[in-house]
Design a protein around this ligand. Structure first.
Ligand code: 26M
Length: 818
């Protein structure tokens, strides 16, 4: 019965204090009379971990007993950031811990700063997975996350002379108290080899005889819900050498080389690939993907068989969410296990497979679609290639019945791409096999239907849906902006919005209240001062919190148009330089903040980072300019930097060329924190405009449906004068490095300006001018700010997850009793 009782551990400050000291002495092995902030963090983390484990056990036992349909969330990337603060907030024992630490002479905020980020992902897609795990736990869904335990997370960005350098992120160096190693939960993963046939009960059966084996070992990471006992699991796999592997070379006596060879197995889960097209078709990346799905599927089927004895009910018990096409090999893998190992007939297996998979697409870039060279597939995963061919054969036969002999269309829709190099189209495989395909915003679905998957949409219109992304208000308000959190609760008269975010709408009725305005401005100012201190520490540039903080932080990409932002800043600088003294007094002081990483092989993105530094160098050191304009680059942007930057921003830019940002999620985080958006009508911003009104934002630029025609026309048009002038300044070496920046300028004025910077420039400047004007009127600005937070409820991942549960996965809450 213990599993259903409250745990052993008590949560009053005195008990917590004893617990921390216990871990100082016995886990960290330091004297309880003398330990530093980092050791305090380690001990604190272990004490929180104990509490997480208790709840984790109870939840898992309860799930097992109830045996509901479960959701398995498969993602090669999770950007969890820090865990400590989030966990104690969700467990509801933050204040008790703060008090316990205080009595020991430590400060919770300082101790929490000791933790490093878990950065097992690239950007939007990966942070979305983390937000969704928080929501799944909070909403009591019987869900599991699966990912890879990379030894090296996303590279650390180091800036030298304004250039990006990539440094390894060896994040496990100081241990990871948040994971539980499960050495007994491990599976063999096969690679290479041949496919052979055996006769079983008079029927032919395929067996895959592997050429290499690697072990997948589980590391469990508890994910606590907020205001519930439910604590779900994020299981990450690490590659270890297999005992069955390589017996041959040990027998031949080459002991040292055999050990070294074995160790090579670990490389599979060693490093997270940065989001970069040039990695497509690489053997190690494919191995990583298959290693991941093979371990997941073995684990899921084992768990299913623990409580069920017939695959007839598999579809009632299991839903598999594919986070983009990266884990799509799970599809042929389930087919292989069901047919070759469980000996189901092909049709029965296909009947199951075609009902359990759900795909979310996160891209609109056609070059984002993964392809696997058939040659590579044949050598690494020979049986899967056969299965994919069979799936494709059946699909093509069915398709011909409906569309006849339209060979162009058949070849476009085929899973196999013919040509000099034959490829497997992973997106086509996923669309054919998944029960539903989800876009991440309404406009994204439109683009999937009319561009990316047009042929498929016409054939299977009901398969295509959208669930607009969301972010968790627990991390993005409660944890990262505690004073705003307290203020919201005070004015709503409740903190229930932390679980029921629609309640934020209640702020609308106070949007004109002068008292709220004053308190709101105060909270925002304190956050700005904190950010200003960080900026000075990181870049040496002193910035004034009186200025408007204008922020663009996200991965560097041409379509996200950090270059448009920079050209706008150059224009502003140029204007101020040429102003009369009397006009200067009217300028609204600005601190422009840019941050983000460029993929290591993405030259244009790296040049944009250097340009930002070159322009900043000029402006920040120009005595004519003073505090009227500053430009700073925040290095190594990651989740914990975001937690500091977002609450301290006034204006936040989301300025992608319309039709290129599938959704965007940082816009939602800024919105929740009362930042005003300056944005194009793209991705989820379109829905944000509907929710809070265009009058409360600064919207500019071409619309999605105008872009294709503009691209054709734009090539012949002359760029507006002010635009030509700022591009000239860069080209002529006003900021130095003219040879290095030349390709950036050429892309704009010689190669057709694909991302329409020239076209959107004038309206961008107008939107910026409107922002200046609104900022001067602090009452107006504060109102817009409050209305931004008030309208952010629809963009919570709680809503997204509830939507998926109901409309796609068919799962229901399963709440572990207190
Ligand atoms: C590709 C090749 C090799 C290794 C990794 C990759 C790869 C990794 C991540 C490719 C794409 C990856 O992520 C794409 C992504 O983050 N997309 C963003 O997803 C967000 C959440 O849905 C959206 O809000 C963004 O608009 C979208 O750009």
């Amino acid at each position: 019965m213990f599993g259903l009782m409250d745990g052993f551990l008590r949560n009053d400050p005195l008990s917590l204090q004893k617990d921390i000291l216990y871990h100082v002495e016995y886990t960290v092995a330091r004297s309880r009379f003398s330990f530093d902030d980092f050791e305090a963090y380690q001990a604190l983390a272990h004490s929180v971990r104990d509490r997480l484990i208790e709840r984790w056990h109870d939840t898992q036992q309860y799930f097992k007993r109830k045996d509901p349909k479960r959701l398995y969330f498969l993602s090669l990337e999770f950007l969890m950031g820090r865990t400590l603060s989030n966990s104690i907030t969700n467990l509801g024992i933050r204040n008790q811990y703060a008090e316990a630490l205080n009595q020991l002479g430590f400060e919770l905020e300082v101790v929490a700063e000791q933790e490093g980020d878990a950065a097992l992902g690239n950007g939007g897609l990966a942070r979305l997975s983390a937000c969704q795990m928080d929501s799944l736990a909070t909403l009591d869904f019987p869900a599991w996350g699966y990912g890879l335990r990379y030894q090296y997370g996303l590279f650390r960005q180091v800036i030298l002379d304004g250039f990006q350098h990539e440094h390894p992120d060896y994040w496990l160096n100081f241990g990871n108290p948040w994971e539980i190693e499960r050495i007994h939960v491990s599976y063999s993963v096969k690679f290479y080899g041949t496919v052979e046939e055996e006769v079983l009960n008079g029927e032919k059966n395929k067996i895959w005889v592997p050429g290499e084996m690697v072990e997948a070992v589980a590391y469990d990471n508890p994910i606590p819900g907020y205001g519930t006992r439910n604590t779900i699991n994020l299981r990450l796999w690490a590659a270890k050498p297999s005992d069955q592997d390589d017996v041959e070379s040990f027998n031949t006596g080459d002991y040292i080389n055999s050990v070294i060879n074995r160790q090579r197995a670990e490389t599979i889960s060693n490093v997270l690939y940065p989001d970069d097209r040039s990695y497509q078709g690489k053997e190690l990346r494919l191995k990583q993907q298959y290693f991941f799905v093979s371990a997941c599927i073995q684990d899921i089927i084992r768990r299913f068989k623990d409580t069920n004895n017939s695959f007839d009910v598999f579809t009632d018990k299991v839903a598999l969410q594919l986070n983009d096409t990266h884990p799509a090999l799970a599809i042929p893998e389930v087919m292989r296990v069901l047919v070759d190992e469980e000996h189901l007939g092909w049709n029965q297996a296909w009947g199951i497979v075609s009902k359990i998979f759900f795909l979310t697409s996160h891209t609109v870039q056609p070059e984002g679609s993964e392809k696997i060279p058939v040659d590579l597939m044949e050598s690494l995963l020979p049986r899967h290639l056969e299965i994919i061919y069979d799936i494709n054969f059946n699909f093509m036969e069915e398709l011909k019945k409906h569309i006849g002999s339209d060979y162009d269309r058949l070849s476009r829709m085929s899973i196999v791409e013919e040509g000099p190099v034959k490829n497997i189209r992973v997106a086509n495989l996923s669309v054919v096999c998944c029960y539903s395909v989800n876009g991440v915003s309404r406009i994204h679905l439109e683009l999937l239907k009319t561009r990316v998957f047009k042929d498929f949409f016409e054939y299977w219109p009901e398969k295509f849906q959208f669930k607009t992304n969301g972010v968790t208000q627990r991390r993005w308000i409660v944890v990262s902006n505690p004073s705003l959190c307290a203020l919201i609760s005070k004015w709503l008269g409740t903190d229930a919005w932390i679980r029921d975010v629609d309640l934020l709408m209640g702020l609308r009725e106070h949007a004109g209240n002068a008292d709220l305005h004053q308190e709101w401005q105060m909270v925002r100012r304190v956050n700005k001062i904190r950010l200003a201190e960080y900026i000075e520490a990181m870049s040496g540039v002193k910035v004034s919190p009186d200025a408007m903080f204008d922020v663009q932080v996200k991965r560097i990409h041409e379509y996200k148009r950090q270059l448009l932002n920079l050209l706008g800043i150059i224009h502003r600088y140029d204007c101020i330089k040429n102003m009369k003294e009397s006009d200067r007094r009217k300028v609204v002081p600005r601190v422009c903040i840019i941050g983000g990483k460029a993929a290591p092989g993405y030259e244009a993105a790296k040049k944009i980072i250097k340009l930002c530094h070159a322009v900043g160098e000029k402006i920040n050191n120009d005595p004519d300019i003073g505090d009227l304009l500053k430009l700073v680059f925040i290095p190594d942007y990651n989740v914990s930097v975001a937690e500091l930057v977002i609450p301290g921003s006034d204006l936040s830019q989301h300025i992608s060329t319309a039709g290129h940002e599938a959704s965007g999620t940082s816009n939602m985080k800024f919105l929740m924190n009362g930042c005003v958006l300056l944005a194009t009508s793209d991705g989820s911003t379109i829905e944000i405009i509907e929710e809070i009104g265009e009058e409360n934002m600064f919207i500019f630029g071409a619309k999605v449906h105008e872009v294709p025609a503009l691209r054709k026309k734009h090539a012949e048009m002359k760029a507006p004068l002010q635009f030509a002038r700022v591009v000239r300044m860069v080209r002529d070496g006003y900021f130095g490095f003219e040879d290095y920046f030349k390709p950036l300028c050429d892309a704009i004025d010689k190669q057709g300006d694909f991302y329409l910077l020239g076209h959107d420039f004038a309206s961008y400047l107008e939107a910026q001018a409107a922002a200046d004007k609104a900022y001067v009127d602090q009452e107006k600005w504060t109102r817009m700010s409050i209305l931004s937070t008030a309208g952010s409820g629809r963009f919570s991942s709680d809503r997204t997850m509830a939507d998926y549960a109901e409309k796609a996965w068919g799962i229901k809450p399963c709440k572990c009793p207190l």
